[in-house]
Design a protein around this ligand. Structure first.
Ligand SMILES: Cc1cc2nc3c(=O)[nH]c(=O)nc-3n(C[C@H](O)[C@H](O)[C@H](O)COP(=O)(O)OP(=O)(O)OC[C@H]3O[C@@H](n4cnc5c(N)ncnc54)[C@H](O)[C@@H]3O)c2cc1C
Length: 370
């Protein structure tokens, strides 16, 4: 196996060449903006050919078979250059990881390699209009229909659903069981009859997420991932991966603070501006170190997600403030500022992360259950 430092050099050259050739897709976080969809897929295919898609996935499913540390080096090399490490977070981090962990051999063969080549992109159909934080109360049903299921219900906040060929979907399969007990986890074909996807416009002006109406759509028998009625365990694992993924990397944080430092240097109240940026930088370093420890202790995931997304909100506000009157005009700093509040909700809101920190990390009493 190639050693970590040689791999890092090799990956850096690969990305630099791709940037020079205009092939690399700029970094965008967890939700692929519609305007970058084609570019991101082209970039993912280029990475696949170069051996950088699924660096730590097994070779029999199209990956490169290297270690998780190699994958971290790849992510950092991308972050240092402001380039996306993969095309589709929902596919690579959520669906892919769930199929690797819980999939049958047939599901792995069917989905993993096409996900790495971005021939299949995915969305996540978990949240519903009345079930977001309290996801276990979801009411979409999958009823037995011959040897498969028929799904009916409404999903919302479904990022990239307007492009996705496949979805990971939670539905109630045992209406008699309460809360998380009767839920199953499905791999769901978005092109099936009975699926109506309606993009929602957000305050950045983009439409990155959708409502999805499902009316009697068919799922074949091999669409179940994990145990029947036992989908909550699969979902819990996916949500932990999501929290860790949204928490981003130390490198990304450093890039943000470097940009703030530059803005402060040119400010007319330079000392006050620098003091503000230094306080944000110190917090950013602390969260960066915390993020580095999440792999060793998954209970730190909620704390890291909370710290990262709350800090990002304050950083984007500081960036606008440092621009003074110019910050009131639409410019480079506007979109990140308008985008940041959504990241405090996506993957579980800040209040829910605080509950998780209190209960799982600090051992405080659980909040009352309904
Ligand atoms: C940008 C973005 C992308 C998203 N992408 C997806 C996606 O692709 N797929 C998907 O399935 N979902 C997605 N979501 C949905 C996201 O997971 C939910 O928005 C989130 O879980 C909150 O649910 P809700 O919006 O229904 O708010 P609610 O659960 O109704 O919460 C409303 C408010 O009450 C607070 N609250 C609720 N319960 C508690 C409690 N027990 N203690 C303290 N406070 C509480 C919340 O913190 C929040 O402030 C996305 C959200 C955003 C913003």
């Amino acid at each position: 196996m190639i050693d970590l430092d040689s791999f890092t050099d090799e990956a850096g050259s690969f990305i630099d060449d791709a940037v020079a050739e205009g092939l690399a897709c700029p970094a965008y976080g967890a939700i692929l903006p519609p305007k970058l969809y084609d570019q991101a897929r082209t970039w993912q295919r280029h990475c696949r050919r170069g051996g950088y898609a699924g660096v730590h996935w097994p070779t029999e499913y199209g990956g490169r078979g290297l270690s998780a540390d190699h994958y971290v080096r790849w992510s950092v090399a991308c972050a240092e250059r402001g380039v996306a490490p993969y095309a589709n977070f929902q596919g690579f981090v959520l669906a892919g990881a769930a199929i690797l962990k819980y999939g049958t051999e047939q599901q792995k063969q069917q989905f993993l390699a096409p996900t790495l080549s971005a021939d299949i992109t995915w969305c996540q159909l978990f949240s519903e209009p009345d079930s977001g934080s309290d996801l276990a109360s979801l009411s979409t049903t999958a009823t037995v229909d011959g040897d498969g299921w028929a799904v009916t219900g409404q999903k919302v906040w479904s990022s990239t659903a307007q492009f996705a060929q496949w979805a990971i979907l939670l539905a109630r399969t045992d209406p008699g069981a309460t809360n998380h007990r009767g839920i199953s986890f499905f791999l769901f074909d978005m092109t099936t009859d009975g699926v109506d996807v309606r993009p929602l416009r957000q305050m950045t002006g983009e439409s990155e997420f959708c409502e999805v109406f499902i009316d009697g759509a068919r799922i074949e028998a091999d669409g179940l991932l994990g145990p029947l009625h036992g989908g909550w365990g699969v979902a819990t694992s996916v949500l932990a991966d999501e929290r860790a993924g949204v928490a981003s990397t130390r490198t990304g944080l450093r890039r943000q603070t470097d940009s703030l430092r530059l803005a402060a240097a040119g400010h007319d109240q330079v000392h006050a501006a620098e003091a503000r940026v230094m306080a944000l930088s110190a917090e950013s370093e602390a969260i960066g170190h915390l993020f580095g420890r999440v792999g060793g202790d998954p209970r730190l995931g909620p704390l890291s997600k909370l710290g990262r997304t709350e800090l990002a909100s304050r950083m984007t506000a500081a960036e606008l403030d440092l621009q003074g009157a110019k910050g009131m005009l639409v410019g480079d700093a506007t979109e990140p500022f308008l985008y940041a509040p959504g990241m405090r909700l996506a993957g579980g809101t800040s209040e829910i992360q605080r509950n998780l920190v209190g209960e799982r990390l600090l051992g405080l009493p659980r909040e009352p259950r309904r």
